[in-house]
Design a binder for this molecule. Structure first.
Ligand code: PA5
Length: 447
């Protein structure tokens, strides 16, 4: 089971004060449970793990099988909550060199629709040219520009190269039940499609088909992932007291640190596979809490890599940060340092040791150094990287985010701020319906 250790924050905030949040955290958890808090029409994720049926998982696995049988490459088009969860899980569980393997067991999973870079799209479409590729088009609104652009290109390429009939088999849509262009296209073309429930917001949707289908296509066991999340759903339930409830504790300690001027939370890992878990977490917490001129700024580093870049700032920069380390207890493989007669590199003191032993000492050494340097430290310990534990981790962060947002007194389930750039972009591109905005923005730019 995933565990949480907040002991190394107690030199900066008092244990008494953190535990003083017990009543508030419980009230926040109850508000989630009873649907009495802000944004209560977006709580469909709360009991998702325990309510996903075997039939639903079987259906997803069947669709994944069709894609796996008919594709060597599957492009997942989506952005934000329609992208990061799948990528986080797939990268956490995949061989780091998966797509370079000669004896590939799984299709190569690529991502698109998460940027508007012409070079990226050129290179992606070049890469899939002539390959047996398919597309999973993910968009809740069904109208997101980044995703829609990529999908239009990929749909055409897939139809042109693989033929309309096969394209219909290897294109899958995950979108709203009724509205949006993605739904209209899926229905018209007769794609296999899945619905993103109305009451599940993008960043909380990893355990819907949004995350589950790409994860299954990549070859991972979605039953175990969901089972792990369900275990965490139980472990962080409304009746689990603060002392045992790691979601309440995490929500409490970060709010107390924030109150003491720790405005930036840095998610750190010592395993590069977790890079996208941090990216997913940044969206989850950033979009949920960053509003009303409030909210911890979620940042991330990959260590020890970034100790050679951001390490200086973390150690001695402005003391407005705290660190949350994703710590993997047991690695999946063994590499021992060999003995070398000549010892030219002076590394014989490590001979016979596991690489992970060195990594663990780097982790401990970093923790001590950062705490000494004034950085409170939280550890989330993952027993090992597998589906069950990643499922636990995802749900832990989701429920803690809901609690934390309510303690902060914001609506953790909306994101009004993300519309501002879109409005300007559409005005600049003269999108029909934006005539007044186009005029106003041109006047502004022309001085
Ligand atoms: O969390 C969110 O709601 C957002 O990040 C969305 O997921 C993102 O903007 C993509 O939206 P959509 O799924 O409608 O294309």
């Amino acid at each position: 089971m995933i565990t949480l250790n907040i002991e190394k924050t107690f030199g900066f905030v008092s244990k008494e004060n953190v535990y003083g949040y017990a009543a508030k955290a419980k009230a926040a958890r109850e508000a989630l449970e009873n649907g009495t808090g802000k944004g209560n029409d977006f709580l469909g994720w709360l009991h998702l793990p325990s309510s996903i049926t075997k039939e639903h998982l079987a259906d997803l696995k069947e669709t994944a099988k069709v894609l796996r049988e008919n594709c060597d490459v599957v492009v997942v088009a989506g952005i934000g909550g329609s992208y990061l969860g799948a990528r986080a899980v797939i990268e956490a569980l995949s061989n780091s060199f998966e797509w370079l393997l000669d004896n590939k067991q799984n299709p190569v999973i690529l991502f698109a629709g998460n940027n508007i870079s012409e070079d990226y799209l050129f290179e992606l479409t070049e890469y899939v040219k002539g390959k047996r590729f398919g597309v999973i088009n993910i968009s809740k609104s069904g109208t997101t520009t980044e995703t829609a652009l990529a999908f239009r290109l990929l749909k055409k390429q897939c139809e042109d190269e693989r033929g309309k009939v096969l394209a219909r088999k290897v294109i899958v849509a995950i979108t709203d039940a009724k509205k949006g262009a993605a739904r209209v296209t899926a229905d018209k073309e007769g794609y296999k499609s899945y619905v993103i429930p109305d009451n599940v917001g993008g960043r909380f949707s990893v355990l819907t088909p949004v995350g589950l289908l790409p994860i299954a296509v990549a070859g991972f066991d979605i039953e175990k992932l969901v089972a792990g999340a369900a275990e965490m759903e139980k472990a962080t339930g409304v009746d689990v007291p603060f002392e045992q409830n790691i979601a309440m504790q995490y929500a409490a300690v970060r709010n107390e640190l924030y109150r003491h001027g720790k405005k930036i939370e840095i998610m750190a890992n010592f395993c590069p596979k977790l890079h996208y878990v941090s990216e997913w977490w940044k969206q989850l917490y950033g979009e949920s809490e960053g509003k009303d001129n409030l909210g911890i700024y979620p940042a991330s580093v990959d260590l020890t890599t970034d100790l050679h870049s951001m390490g200086q700032w973390i150690q001695e920069g402005e003391r407005s940060i705290f660190e949350t380390v994703l710590s993997v207890d047991k690695v999946n493989h063994t590499v021992e340092f060999p003995f070398d007669e000549e010892n030219l590199d002076g590394l014989n003191f490590l001979a016979g040791k596991r690489v992970d032993e060195v990594n663990k000492m780097a982790e401990l050494g970093t923790q001590l150094a950062h705490v000494d340097g004034g950085v409170p430290n939280i550890r989330v310990v993952i027993p090992c990287l597998n589906e069950e534990n990643i499922g636990q981790l995802l749900y832990f962060f989701e429920v803690a985010c809901g609690i934390s947002g309510y303690i902060l007194d914001v609506n953790p389930f909306n994101q009004p701020g993300v519309e501002a750039y879109k409005k300007n972009m559409f005005a600049l591109l003269n999108k029909p319906g934006y005539e007044a905005e186009s005029k106003a923005i041109q006047a502004r730019l022309n001085g």
